[in-house]
Design a protein around this ligand. Structure first.
Ligand code: F6P
Length: 368
């Protein structure tokens, strides 16, 4: 794509996809850097691409971002539906999908916006890339997801907070496990990647960690629980990623959300594992599904800092003419990659991952 530098005076910002702790910190950095450093006007679109299609927007000044740094969620609202290239419209009583991206471009022109900062996961970033490719709209993407499963960045913001929340949950589950001599199973999020389970499992002292990348057998899981009993340890802690599955088994899907960027909602494997452990070992077992608690609450300082660096870099890169790119962490620096390379490339836990190795060496079972 040619990079003819555009004179940018007004920029838009939106948050798309599932929320993640740190979104507000990005918005705050974007607004502050854009207004203070470059004298830009910032327009925030509400509810992701929905607001861009329906022209629901408001001006964001420094006043609007006061106090939002420690707040979870997003002051702009978000949705994981509303793709302008595939948007449901009612025609003759029927829902048909249309390309309404022309309307998006008209709305942007109406606001006098020359550049967009799009904060989102894979689905939102694909739309950003399409807006850049098709309309040469200067866009810059900011990667967010608690799952930490984007290949093009060392880490996404939100992940550290999710891991912290899951670790705190494990600390609490430990006390009941120990008092009641039970097996406690914790199901965590992460979609098709086991990052949250692996990190929280190690940080929270789990005995078994089940992740999508390592198919498990119930026999191996129970072997670990029995081995601990024999060694006089009457309780066990099992962390299960929502995308984990037994050897030869299927993913457990909780629901299918039509019209979503990612229609499959995983969930339920924790109960399957818990039931099997109780049945096969005879040890009382309880299951906790942590769910959206992992996406909520105040971001950790790590996530606040990463989100702030991403937000500031997004504006700087846009002003430097680095369009159609996504900011990323290339430790210790913030860099950027073309959106085309950043989307669709998933980062999963490699079998040779040093943390997996260390965990195994310390006696943690992966059920394989
Ligand atoms: O991608 C973030 C995530 O929280 C996943 O870990 C989880 O599978 C999914 O989103 C849940 O989505 P929803 O909020 O739509 O139920």
């Amino acid at each position: 794509m040619p990079r003819t530098k555009v004179q940018i005076k007004r920029i838009g910002v939106l948050t798309g996809g599932g929320d993640a702790p740190g979104l507000n910190a990005v918005i705050r950095a974007v607004v502050k850097v854009a207004t203070r450093e470059y004298g830009l006007t910032v327009i925030g679109f509400e509810d992701g691409f929905g607001g861009l299609i329906e022209n629901r927007a408001r001006r964001l000044t420094e006043k609007d971002v006061v106090g939002i740094l420690p707040r979870g969620g997003t002051i702009l609202g978000t949705t994981n539906r509303d793709n302008p290239f595939h948007y449901p419209v009612e025609e003759n009583g029927e829902v048909v999908y249309k390309d309404v991206s022309g309307r998006v471009m008209e709305n942007l022109a109406g606001h006098g916006i020359q550049g967009m900062v799009i904060i989102g996961g894979d689905g939102s970033l694909k739309i950003a890339e399409e807006l850049w490719k098709r309309y040469s709209l200067p866009v810059i993407g900011v990667p967010k997801t608690i799952d930490n499963d984007l290949l093009a960045t060392d880490q996404t913001f939100g992940f550290d907070t999710a891991v912290t929340t899951a670790t705190e949950a494990l600390d609490k589950l430990h006390t009941t496990a120990e008092s009641h001599h039970r097996v406690m199973v914790l199901e965590v999020m992460g979609r098709y990647a086991g990052w949250i389970a692996l990190h929280a499992g190690v940080a929270g002292g789990a005995d078994v960690i089940l992740i999508p990348e390592i198919p498990f057998t119930f026999e191996k899981v129970c072997e670990k629980v029995r081995e601990r009993r024999r060694a006089g340890k009457k309780f066990s802690i099992v962390v299960v990623a929502e995308g984990a599955k037994p050897v030869g088994g299927e993913l457990v899907v909780k629901k299918v959300v039509e019209g979503s960027f990612e229609p499959l909602r995983l969930g339920g494997i924790g109960n399957v594992v818990g039931d099997k452990i109780e049945e096969m070992t005879g040890i009382e077992t309880r299951v906790t599904v942590l769910g959206h608690l992992q996406r909520g609450g105040s971001p950790t300082s790590f996530d606040r800092i990463l989100a702030t660096r991403f937000g500031a870099a997004a504006v700087n890169f846009l002003m430097e003419g680095r369009y159609g790119e996504m900011v990323c962490l290339r430790t210790p620096d913030i860099g950027s990659v073309p959106l085309a390379e950043a989307t669709g490339a998933m980062k999963r836990v490699a079998l040779g991952n040093d943390l997996v190795r260390a965990a195994r060496q310390m006696g943690i079972s992966f059920g394989d």
